[in-house]
Design a protein. Structure first.
Length: 601
């Protein structure tokens, strides 16, 4: 029988209670060391108040390190699980504090965990067995009125205080988990992902697992986490016990030492759907000083909005709200310039060639059905159309100059591939965003031809664009994504579902080939996050095509977490703001609840 040791702060109390209830030798199988036990506390310094001493006991300075070392040695455990420094997200995220912005809270969690957790690990790891696991704290609760769900004495400190919205509590917990995962990975510690069963549909802690206060889980939560630890321990081979050589060596095949992300069960089945994160280590990150431009299908506009809202330097080379000298311009696209949707790689390459004078389409102006005029290559950029052809051409000149500037000055381009189906001019090969006759112009089979690009053609177009962009902007980086939005219609003689699968498959393979070929090009899996089996179709609206806000938030949460550099020193993140009364109240709540739970047992 594997002997396990769990070391940590208040969150192990739920696990300890569960181990007693589970039976089957669980209590003797797992030993617990609560770092706040009386025999392990260091004596308080003179003139330290009771509240200050409670805060000390959460830090390394508040424990008797020799006594802890003795207790760990006496346990004779084979593996150890840590449950330390878990309440940062609750302390910062439960109360809505106007003195600290949400970005500031995210930065504080990153700084706090990044500073405190390594100190604990430096002390504990030399004392523990070689196989070490780490529990996160429980996910936040979804309650919007705590007094309706928790004992009055537990939430009295929060009376009259406005709570953060549950979605941000979840975001803060997810960010804390991500910071913790990175620290664990660097030290060879396995992060124990909570089982899917403990989450509700929105990714928060299901009510049946709530503890007696809003920052802890109950014994039922502890039972799930104890079982989860035993599963993970059983699935993780012991390096020390493995034979040195021979056919029976578990490490003698190439899959034995792969990380959890290489296995479906560990990284998909056992991960909460809202926590799915298929990104590993991107070749580069977006900093707050980078000029980031976006282009592509409709889905690309979500990235531009979130970058702007998150304080990154979104590059707008041309106003998208109104053209010069006009009061009818309306923002119908949220891109870095007024090029509208670029659904295909061919359109992106064509836009570059037009901006730099390499290509001038024969089709210059389309007449709309209402008598106005539109640009054949951005037909909906002016919802009411242009009054005259001259007005359209003047705007086009300004537009192409802005696009040229964008390509020369951008640091990062995020391009979302949307379609492989396209209509082309038979005269010069120009690629249209929509078929002639839909918004403007007239369809003529003698002048227009349908194309459905292959992998080879999409790769060729992307490679040509990458090479040309590098000529005018050698330091530019590119992030490719594939839109998860299905085709609204297909011009092929087959079912639209089959055409959608073909189109997205081609785009996904093409993006992979190009990103593998260049260090400055990477692929971001927005398509996989929305359409993967973990989502079970839940990220689509009733039309089974439009992506829900929850799906967009999931994609952008992963994008911001993985693809952007988080600077704790950024003055805009409130990283140096002093602790507020609200934060101190939350710290007091977290500390007090631990003592009372221990006394109850």
């Amino acid at each position: 029988m594997t002997k396990m040791l769990v070391v940590g702060h208040s969150h192990i109390l739920a696990l300890q209670s569960a181990a007693r209830d589970l039976g089957e030798g669980t209590e003797s199988e797992i030993d617990f060391i609560l770092l706040r036990e009386a025999g392990l506390r260091a004596p308080p310094a003179p003139r330290v108040t009771a509240f200050q001493h409670k805060a000390l006991t959460s830090s390394l300075a508040g424990i008797d390190q020799a006594a802890v070392a003795t207790r760990i040695a006496e346990s004779c455990a084979d593996v150890a699980a840590l449950c330390i420094n878990g309440n940062e997200h609750a302390i910062l995220g439960l109360i809505s504090d106007p003195a600290v912005s949400q970005d500031g809270k995210l930065a504080r969690v990153e700084r706090s965990v990044g500073e405190r957790l390594p100190v604990w690990l430096d002390f504990l790891l030399p004392l523990l067995p070689r196989r070490v696991f780490l529990y996160p704290s429980p996910p936040p609760v979804s309650a919007e009125r705590l007094e309706d769900h928790f004992p009055p004495e537990k939430v009295a400190r929060l009376a009259g205080k406005e709570l953060e919205v549950p979605a941000f509590r979840l975001r803060l917990w997810q960010h804390q988990c991500e910071v913790t995962r990175r620290i664990c990975a660097a030290r060879g510690i396995a992060f124990v992902e909570p089982p899917v069963a403990v989450f509700d549909a929105s990714g928060l802690l299901a009510p049946c697992f709530w503890g007696r206060d809003p920052t802890h889980g109950n014994a039922e939560y502890g039972r799930h986490m104890v079982r989860r630890l035993r599963e993970v321990v059983a699935q993780t081979p012991s390096v020390a016990a493995a034979p040195a050589s021979g056919r029976g060596n578990p490490a003698s095949h190439p899959y034995a030492t792969l990380p959890a992300t290489s296995f479906w069960k560990e990284s998909v089945t056992q991960v909460a759907p809202c926590e799915m994160d298929p990104v590993l280590e991107p070749p580069f990150l977006i900093s707050r000083t980078d000029r980031v431009a976006t282009a592509g299908s409709c889905f690309a506009q979500h990235i531009s909005r979130h970058l702007r809202r998150s304080g990154f330097r979104y590059f707008v080379a041309e106003s998208t709200t109104a053209r010069a000298g006009s009061d009818v311009g309306t923002a119908v696209h949220d891109f870095s310039a007024r090029y509208g949707n670029l659904y295909t790689a061919r359109q992106l390459l064509q836009l570059f060639d037009r901006a730099f004078g390499y290509f001038r389409p024969l089709d210059r102006v389309w007449q709309r059905h209402d008598g106005g005029f539109c640009d054949p290559f951005r037909p909906r950029i002016e919802p009411q159309g242009f009054g005259t052809e001259e007005e359209l051409l003047r705007d086009l000149t300004r537009h192409l100059n802005a696009v040229k500037r964008m390509f020369r000055k951008l640091d990062v381009l995020v391009f979302t591939l949307g379609l492989t189906e396209c209509w082309l001019s038979r005269l010069d090969g120009a690629a249209y965003p929509v078929a002639p006759g839909v918004v403007g112009g007239e369809f003529d089979p003698e002048l227009h031809v349908f194309a459905n690009f292959s992998v080879r053609e999409v790769v060729a177009d992307l490679e040509a664009f990458v090479a040309k962009l590098k000529l005018v902007n050698p330091e530019a980086r590119i992030i490719l994504t594939v839109s998860p939005v299905p085709l609204v219609a297909t011009a092929e003689d087959r079912h639209v579902l089959a055409s959608t699968v073909y189109s997205k498959s081609v785009l996904r393979v093409a993006a992979e080939e190009v990103s593998r070929a260049h260090d400055h090009v990477c692929y971001f899996p927005s398509y996989e996050i929305i359409t993967g089996p973990h989502a079970a179709g839940g990220y689509f609206e009733a039309d089974r095509r439009s992506v829900t806000e929850a799906g967009v938030e999931h994609v952008m949460r992963v994008f911001m977490r993985r693809m952007t550099a988080h600077d704790a020193e950024d003055p805009g993140a409130d990283s140096e703001a002093p602790a507020t009364a609200a934060m101190l109240e939350m710290e007091a709540l977290a500390e007090t609840s631990c003592d009372e739970e221990a006394l109850a047992r």
